[in-house]
Design a protein around this ligand. Sequence first.
Ligand code: NAD
Length: 393
Amino acid sequence: MIVKPRIRGFICTTAHPAGCAANVRAQISSVAPLANGPKKVLVLGASGGYGLASRIVAAFGAGAETLGVSFERAPTPKRTASAGWYNNIAFEQAAAERGVYAKTLDGDAFSDAMKAAVIDEIRESLGQIDLLVYSLASPVRQHPRTGVLHRSAIKPLGETFHVKTLNQDTGEVSEVDLLPATEEETAATVAVMGGEDWEFWIDALRDAGVLAPGFRTLSYTYIGSELTWPIYWQATLGKAKEDLDRAARAINERLSDLTGEARVVVLKAVVTQASSAIPVVPLYFALLFRVMKEAGNHEDCIAHIERLFHTALYGDGPVDSYLDDVARIRMDDWELSAEIQAEVTRRWPIVAGHNVGELADLDGIRGDFLKIFGFGIDGVDYEADVDPTVGRG
Ligand code: NAD
């Protein structure tokens, strides 16, 4: 079939197998060697965005053996797989070419069954792991103990939030009212994106004896600018992310006998499937990317994770200089620098449909969005007939 992007709101329902593979390979070829990096790594949410970037830096920078978990859709002869499906296969093929172990398990990471399957695989192939990257982003979680299906709600807290927004397709800038969440919606969002599942993973892996001494675990979070706080940091998602700080403290206590360490890592804004689902942020992202590109310090997923691994995590200096007052690792320092934020904040009230192309990086965020699904990648023939049922051979 000839695969074209089919965009429905904030998702694209098609993905290009060759484009996704080329995108993964481009990320792989961009990473630099990393001495003293992780050796045996589990990445939860390994098929896209920050999880995939972490897996690539670990495997192709540090030569780590990686086990990935993701929740992706397999292809049929008439329908393409989801992008992450193709990403996983491309990653595994590239790892096989280098002779580095890489396996991906597809299924629900929130379930006890997936935890058991991962433990079996670690015992069989890796023995113990020294790093777990928790990079899941999901709108729903079926609780493994109660069976309740929790659905997150991306909403403000307390009051209606009246704010500017960007229609990424049309370039139209308009104003919207975002209604506040109920207490139930807030609790459900914490149940999905908070720290409980991270704790469940660590408990299961530790009880199974598959964590190596000195084991480290990271969970990724976002804080962002005051411009987006009413819909992110001070909203339902922020409450969920705040719960990661609680979970990190609890996990650190439980890892003390291994001299292990749990850290929340604050990352910068990047266009991913997960971030595209958050209202209002596309306008902020578009302004931010333009300003950061003008300042020469814009990073995409892979460049940002590369900096994390080469500095705070496995760099020469102590981690302390990267920590904030609640011991989170801050990688969002460039995004939140006074100069960048002052310029984004200056542009925010004046950006409108007629000047969005000059003030904001509309083309950049559109291009990044298409890239997630394997479109707009250099060297890929989008007119060629491709077989969507790419498998693991
Ligand atoms: P993403 O949408 O690119 O990736 C999400 C991953 O989770 C995919 O691999 C997907 O398959 C997997 N997944 C979802 N539900 C699953 C399930 N039930 N079982 C197994 N796997 C499942 O998301 P992302 O933006 O890379 O987000 C990853 C983390 O990074 C999140 O914690 C997010 O808050 C954080 N973060 C993102 C940004 C950003 O701007 N995108 C910024 C800072 C922090």
